[in-house]
Design a binder for this molecule. Structure first.
Ligand SMILES: [Zn+2]
Length: 67
C-alpha cells in the first residue's frame, strides 16, 4: 500500500456543538468563543451550560445526596 499516504485530514468546517450540523463560513454564528449554526443553538447551549453549572453547584452543596 505505497499509494496510501497518511495525510492528516484538515477539517476547516466545524460542526455546531448543539445540533452537529456542519457550519458554513457564511452562516456560522459566533458567540462566547464558540461557533453555532444559529442563535437558537447558542441559546440551547447556554441553557445546557447553565443547567450543568447550577446542577454542579447544587450537588456540591448537597453532597450527601450521593448523586
Ligand atoms: Zn446548531
Amino acid at each position: 500500500m505505497a499509494d496510501a499516504p497518511q495525510a492528516p485530514v484538515v477539517e476547516e468546517v466545524k460542526n455546531c456543538p448543539v445540533c452537529k450540523k456542519p457550519l458554513k463560513k457564511a452562516r456560522r454564528f459566533y458567540r462566547n468563543g464558540a461557533y453555532y449554526c444559529n442563535n437558537n443553538c447558542f441559546k440551547k447551549a447556554q441553557a445546557t451550560a447553565k443547567a450543568a453549572a447550577s446542577e454542579a453547584s447544587a450537588s456540591a452543596e448537597q453532597s450527601k445526596e450521593g448523586k
